[in-house]
Design a protein around this ligand. Sequence first.
Ligand SMILES: [Fe+2]
Length: 245
Amino acid sequence: MAENNVINIDFHSHILPGIDDGATDVNVSVGQLTRLKKQGVDKVFLTSHFDFRKERPATFLDRRAEAYEKLMKVYDPDTMPEMFLGSEIYMVRGIEECDYKPLELEDTGYILIEFPREQFGTWMFDLIETLIFERKMKVIVAHVNRVTAAYKKDVCKNLFDYNDLIFQINTEAFRGVFSPDPFKGFDISGLKFILGTDTHDLGHRAPDFDKALKKLDSRSLSYIKESVEYTTAMLNRRIEKNRNK
Ligand SMILES: [Fe+2]
């Protein structure tokens, strides 16, 4: 049920077993899912890595379906969040015209795309502009806290000018002792933020959704919390609407 002021969706995870550098087997997946549920997550997106250079979407979807089937054999709706399929698309040159439809986060119409691990290049913004302005696609930028950590301030300011984008923050951004603000010095008013654990395992990348929620309660981060609540509620409504189609 869609509710206001509830942050209950993990938009970024690597839980599907044996498909990428996330969960190595279903036991890890089960551990991740049960922990997420205990941490207040009702819905989780399974966003396995996808790279257009490495495989065709159809091959990825087959692999993903196989992993999902394995997971469904041990899935328990009482102790685990509801699962939605998705992917985390690696940004590379020349993917302006690719077919993103099968890679979308299920029932949302959005794709999740991550900036590449390389120096900033203007082609990255060209690509984003093609996707959102020409192709009219709905785009979520994965772990934006890593973008602000890696790229120069001017670049990030320009990124935040694209207010059609949704920015996904990794819960790791709130791990510091003094509730660090990952967007200090940026004007991010009016932008849309959501949370993702980006969990890969049960070790140092285990789910930590509850800790991030707690940090967001601090007054200095309330402006981020409000945006996350608003955007999560919007996407909850979208999911409820689309799933009944
Ligand atoms: Fe990820």
